[in-house]
Design a protein around this ligand. Structure first.
Ligand SMILES: Cc1cc2nc3c(=O)[nH]c(=O)nc-3n(C[C@H](O)[C@H](O)[C@H](O)COP(=O)(O)OP(=O)(O)OC[C@H]3O[C@@H](n4cnc5c(N)ncnc54)[C@H](O)[C@@H]3O)c2cc1C
Length: 432
């Protein structure tokens, strides 16, 4: 690495977590509250990832048994007015979630570095040695015993040279991206305007994505209606193109809503970043597959460290609307092997970048599940440091499971309830 690297006050950490989304926050808290020195690196300005900065103000899952970290966040969000349309589908104000995550991170003693974009990493003999970030025009480097990739798109694994999967095995297409937005009632009719050259949407059949425009209890309308297909969220040019295309779609969608359901609502905000459903899926010691999660006998693994409950929600990769596959699955365990990056002794992962095929991913990618996985890997990294194990495969999974159980995680998949939005939700039941 270059000579221009400048260390911050603490060069060396027990655990470095990359990405302060739902998975990364839970991972960092789980490790820090056991007394480990934890650095959380985040490119944006707030924790929460897709659930906050990404503007997605809803969770899918039955919320029990996903660990005490998620429990406490849920409790706080309920106090802030989180509502549910049906058991398993929860709506909230993402601005409060930013605060709740930040407060929980501070209470646990996590050191957060915002505006810190991971840009490099040094690997020796299957161990990540240091990671490098760019922040405020400076390049900083950090070493640690253990590293956790919670970047959503598997950026740390990618930079470390880990193998990964991406998109449909044939077309390479990933699940589409969506730019979400919020509207607010102004109390007066809106003028209908679109800049010259941007075509209006004439009927609901022409909407690009889901028809999700949901009035929230605090007066906002939360919209998740754009659909950008055929772009690659891990390619710089393509991601930029996706943002630009989504901005035009958003204008068309709001124009349509003003002429139909919401004549008095103004656009007040859009997400700080387009919502990426699927990026790289890093290869782990095991790949969770569609046949695992649809197995009629139910899917369990002896090394399960989190449970996923949400249906397969596989949007069409080429048609507008949902156009894809929704299928209820029995709750299933996520094996610890899917959270260990193959070929690396000290690199773990959690959240939507874990090791699974594209169909399994469309189920386990939901936020509550990502949180549970985060708690599992943060606890694992902390236990490994405490015991002086320099390879995560030395950690007896039974010890990890016992600790997670003590920390409120129900690891018996049979004791969870399956959640399928289209079956359980009374209205506006378009999935995520
Ligand atoms: C449009 C959309 C709708 C959805 N709807 C629902 C829903 O209704 N219900 C539900 O439960 N789930 C839903 N999901 C899924 C869910 O929101 C996400 O899959 C989940 O929150 C992912 O969490 P994560 O922590 O793995 O990743 P993210 O939330 O993506 O967090 C990753 C974090 O890493 C940071 N990062 C990335 N690269 C770097 C870097 N180089 N350096 C430093 N930091 C970096 C990012 O800034 C981000 O904060 C939806 C997703 C999308 C995109």
């Amino acid at each position: 690495m270059s000579n221009h690297l400048r260390p911050v006050e603490n060069l060396s950490w027990d655990v470095v977590v990359v990405g302060a989304g739902s998975a990364g926050c839970a991972a960092a808290i789980a490790a820090a509250r056991r007394g480990r020195r934890v650095l959380l690196l985040e490119a944006g300005n707030a924790p929460g990832g897709v659930s906050t900065v990404g503007g997605i103000s809803e969770w899918y899952a039955h919320l029990d048994g996903l660990g005490d970290i998620f429990d406490s966040v849920t409790r706080e969000m309920k106090a802030y007015g989180m509502s549910h349309e049906c058991d398993g589908r929860y709506f909230f104000n993402s601005e409060y979630l930013k605060l709740i995550w930040q407060w929980a991170l501070e209470q646990a003693g996590v050191h957060c570095l915002f505006h810190a974009t991971l840009s490099g990493c040094e690997v020796r003999a299957g161990r990540v040695q240091t990671v490098e970030v760019i922040s405020c025009g400076q390049r900083l480097s950090f070493s640690a015993e253990y590293f956790v990739d919670c970047s959503g798109e598997g950026v740390l694994g990618f930079l470390a040279g880990a193998p990964f999967m991406k998109g449909d095995p044939e077309s390479g297409r990933t699940l589409h991206m969506s730019l979400s937005c919020q509207l607010i009632d102004t109390g007066r009719e809106m003028t209908h305007y679109l800049p010259a050259g941007i075509e209006p949407i004439l009927s609901s059949d022409d909407l690009p994505g889901l028809n999700v425009a949901i009035p929230m209890s605090d007066g906002r309308v939360y919209c998740n209606m754009t659909k950008i297909m055929g772009e690659d969220p891990t390619d710089p040019q393509s991601l930029s193109r996706a943002e630009s295309r989504a901005r035009i779609q958003l204008a068309q969608v709001v124009h349509y809503l003003n002429r139909t359901q919401f004549p008095r609502h103004a656009l007040v905000s859009s997400a700080a970043k387009i919502g990426i459903r699927e990026g790289r899926r890093l290869l782990g010691d095991y790949v969770l597959t569609e046949s695992d999660i649809t197995s009629p006998s139910g899917c369990d693994f002896p090394d399960g460290v989190a449970v996923a409950t949400c249906a397969i929600d596989f949007h069409s990769l080429s048609e507008k609307g949902h156009g894809g596959r929704r299928e209820k699955v029995q709750p299933y365990a996520i094996p610890f092997r899917c959270l260990r990056v193959r070929g690396f002794a000290n690199l773990l992962m959690a959240g939507k970048c874990i090791s699974g095929d594209q169909v399994a991913h469309s189920s386990y990618r939901m936020t509550p599940t990502c949180c549970a996985m985060g708690q599992a890997v943060g606890t694992a990294a902390a236990l490994a440091v405490e015991n002086g194990w320099d390879d995560i495969r030395l950690l007896p999974v039974k010890d990890l499971q016992a600790q997670l159980t003590r920390d409120g995680m129900e690891l018996d998949a049979c004791r969870h309830r399956a959640f399928a939005p289209e079956a359980d939700a009374p209205q506006n039941s378009s999935p995520a």
